[in-house]
Design a protein around this ligand. Structure first.
Ligand SMILES: [Cu+2]
Length: 464
């Protein structure tokens, strides 16, 4: 820990601005005012009766009247400017999941801004430095607000495209259970269709917004996992009969070439690999018939730790680490916010009592994440991309893997590392948002950064 004036934890319902005169407020950690290319968007929240198929309608909270919200598509290097206008009855924000934004654009109510109150607006500004598949969602009461529909996809196209994609489609899996619906792909809990012709190259951008992992596979074609959390893998091999485990918040880009005839079927399973009858997606020419759902599906789960081919990478297990720390994930019955709950813990404690990981600019930080809880946890670090060093003690043998969210299964351990190159106050939490709301959330803090915002029901800022 640094000196006494470095930071006060902003989660204890008290005023959190530090009295240290030399601290840097999060509000000063901003993107440049202008850039050669600027892309502007407005996202207006509103309540919409949303038809999700099979005769089901849900009262969704939306950005611009749809859930998923509009897909925002920009090019690497663009300055992205998004005005959020809130017409809902509660405060909201936008968090840019996986994007290395300047701290003030991170969208965490009570840390980087106040929740945007009904009738108010707020403008986010960040440079799109890394190409890939990202997403955005509210980080005010996120467990409730994401479930209600406040999310969408953000795609950053590379400045210089390297692969040919004739078809580029999003497959966003969302769970409307809390509103009485089922799981949807994009806008329907039935069958989504993606139009593609024989021989065309198809990229599917998979995103799971749920509080549970899902399995996904493709029937009728070999496919590659081209990118994880937006970051390309090196020389990915074709896969068949493999289930991709996608944790909440994670993105997988898969690619394949359409077969000469017929269609490709995207099959969704639960976290145990049991096939869900719905939703599903069919990719192929309009009107073609679909391959039958196979009687049994592959039981092999995809393992990124031995996929693709090695390549020189900035951070490796041999790097010199300035700091090594652990996050031991646990679960216990306990009091949380004055009520008796199943709580989800990090190092035996719940938010706001978990000491932050304090990092200094330039440091290389290694974190060992161990799951002793019995549940899977997709752990998400804000503002940084981390390199996965090892799984269960074994260094990766394939492509380097760079993530912002890592799915840690019961009894698994991973070592991850990141360069502390983005000063601010950043969350580090489980993206099963109900787990984050019940304790599994902590901070990564740079020294001498202060926030004028505070959390708790008095302030109206409740990020989880
Ligand atoms: Cu969790």
């Amino acid at each position: 820990m640094g000196s006494a004036c470095t930071m006060t934890m902003p989660m204890d319902h008290t005023d959190t601005s530090t009295s240290c005169g030399q601290s840097t407020p999060v509000t000063s950690l901003q993107a440049p005012q202008t850039a050669p290319s600027v892309k502007q968007f407005t996202l207006t929240t509103r309540v919409v009766k949303l038809n999700i198929g099979a005769g089901k309608t849900v009262d969704a909270w939306t950005y611009n009247g749809t859930a998923p919200g509009p897909t925002l598509r920009v090019r690497q290097g663009d300055l992205v400017v998004v005005k959020l206008v809130n017409t809902l009855p509660e405060g909201v924000t936008i968090h840019w999941h996986g994007v290395r934004v300047p701290n003030v654009a991170d969208g965490v109510a009570g840390i980087t801004q106040n929740a945007v109150k009904p009738g108010q607006s707020y403008t986010y500004r960040f440079l799109a430095t890394d190409p890939g598949t990202y997403w955005y969602h509210s980080h005010e009461q996120s467990d409730e607000q994401v479930a209600r529909g406040l999310f969408g996809m953000l795609i950053v196209d590379p400045a210089q495209p390297t692969e040919r994609d004739d078809v580029d489609a999003q497959i966003i899996l969302h769970d409307w259970e809390s509103l009485g619906g089922g799981i949807t792909i994009n806008t329907t809990q039935q069958v989504s269709r993606v139009s593609a012709q024989a021989g065309e190259w198809v990229r599917l951008r998979l995103l799971n917004t749920r509080n549970h992992p899902l399995g996904i596979t493709l029937v009728g074609v070999p496919f590659t996992v081209s990118a994880l959390d937006g970051h390309d893998l090196n020389k990915p091999q074709p896969l068949q009969k493999i289930l991709l485990p996608i944790g909440g918040g994670q993105r997988f880009d898969v690619r394949f070439q359409m077969p000469k005839d017929g269609m490709v079927r995207l099959v969704v399973t639960d976290e145990q690999g049991e096939v869900l009858q719905a939703p599903a997606a069919l990719i192929g020419p309009d009107g073609a018939s679909s391959p039958a759902l196979p009687a049994s599906l592959p039981l092999n789960w995809f393992d990124f730790s031995r996929y693709g081919e090695p390549r020189v990478d900035e951070i490796t297990p041999q790097s010199h680490f300035d700091q090594q720390t652990q996050m031991v994930l646990g679960r216990q019955l306990g009091f949380f916010n004055g009520q008796f709950f199943m709580t989800y813990t990090i190092n035996g404690q719940t938010m706001p009592h978990i000491p932050p990981i304090t990092v200094s600019p330039g440091q290389l930080i290694k974190i060992r994440i161990v799951d002793e809880s019995g549940d899977p946890h997709p752990i998400h670090i804000h503002g940084h991309t981390f390199t996965v060093l090892s799984r269960n003690g074994h260094p990766l043998t394939g492509s380097p893997v760079h993530l912002d969210t890592i799915l840690v299964q019961p009894h698994e351990s991973y070592e991850v590392a990141f360069r502390a190159d983005n000063p601010g106050l950043w969350m580090d939490h489980c993206h099963n948002l109900n787990h984050a709301a019940h304790g599994m959330s902590m901070m990564i803090a740079y020294p001498n950064i202060s926030t004028p915002f505070s959390m708790g029901s008095d302030s109206g800022n409740i990020p989880e």
